[in-house]
Design a protein around this ligand. Structure first.
Ligand code: 9D3
Length: 241
């Protein structure tokens, strides 16, 4: 049952409870039940030694908020992933606003790893020595401000798990994605054919497969042009700037 090729994922967080319903959810639950992914969530406070289980402290140089202190994080990461260096078999990813922006290509790369360790930052950030000593890469999910790395880890995890071979029933829906990256999906309809005066376009009900394909293509190009001209420009990896 337990596929030896199964990806192993460890999450380090001060809010392990947030992940409980999430990892049991549809796709992640299926991946786990099928033995395709082994997901463990760890409470960072288990690596503290003081009575108050302290994980943060005031920033050197002053400023607002708190910074995650280095000892619990470095010790947790090293225990789970081993020391940083060529011997390490795991890829340690810190979710942080200053990280590289996540995209589909990056998810595909992460889905090929045998072991991911996903570290959730909180407060104003983590002590730089954690990054220097124990983290392999920093990843952001986009240019907007959240309160911590927990939701970004869930985004990354869901994006990775659905790419694992055997998770989705139809590999076709994964395959069409390199295409989908460059073109937004056009409008979609299901029954009834008329709803509150709004009709499903005639061509979709016509049964002319070639015409349907042409119509869908046109709507997709139109919508991409309007909403995401950056996708048409192609040039992956150097969007904006
Ligand atoms: C005022 C400077 N802020 C950095 C842009 C401080 C700051 C904001 C938000 C520090 C930490 C956070 C918490 N966010 C994350 O940990 C985070 C995040 C995000 O906020 N947006 C997109 N991706 C990510 S990944 C981790």
């Amino acid at each position: 049952m337990a596929d030896p090729a199964a990806i192993r994922v460890d999450v380090i967080t001060i809010f392990p409870g947030l992940f409980e319903p999430f990892v049991g959810e549809a796709m992640l639950g299926i991946a786990r039940d099928k033995g395709l992914a082994r997901i463990a969530v760890h409470d960072l406070r288990d690596w503290t030694r003081d009575r108050h289980r302290t994980v943060d402290d005031a920033p050197y140089g002053g400023g607002p908020g708190m910074v995650m202190k280095p000892e619990p994080l470095v010790e947790a990461i090293e225990q789970i992933a081993g020391p940083k260096g060529p011997e390490r078999r795991a890829r340690v990813v810190l979710l942080a606003p200053q990280g590289r922006r996540l995209d589909q290509t990056h998810l595909e790369e992460l889905a090929r790893e045998e072991h991911l360790v996903l570290v959730c930052g909180r407060y104003e950030g983590v002590d730089q020595r954690v990054v220097d000593l124990a983290v392999d890469e920093e990843v952001s999910i986009g240019d907007y401000v959240l309160s911590g790395g927990e939701v970004p880890v869930m985004v990354l995890l869901e994006g990775v798990v659905r790419l694992l071979p055997g998770v989705l029933g139809n590999p076709e829906s994964v395959e069409s994605e390199s295409f989908a990256e460059r073109l937004l999906e056009g409008p979609q309809y299901t029954r009834p054919p008329e709803y509150r005066g709004l009709e499903v376009p005639e061509v979709l009900r016509s049964g002319h497969h070639a015409e349907v394909a042409r119509w869908r293509r046109q709507r997709a190009v139109e919508r991409t042009e309007e909403r995401r001209p950056d996708l048409r420009d192609g040039a992956r990896g150097d969007e904006e700037r």
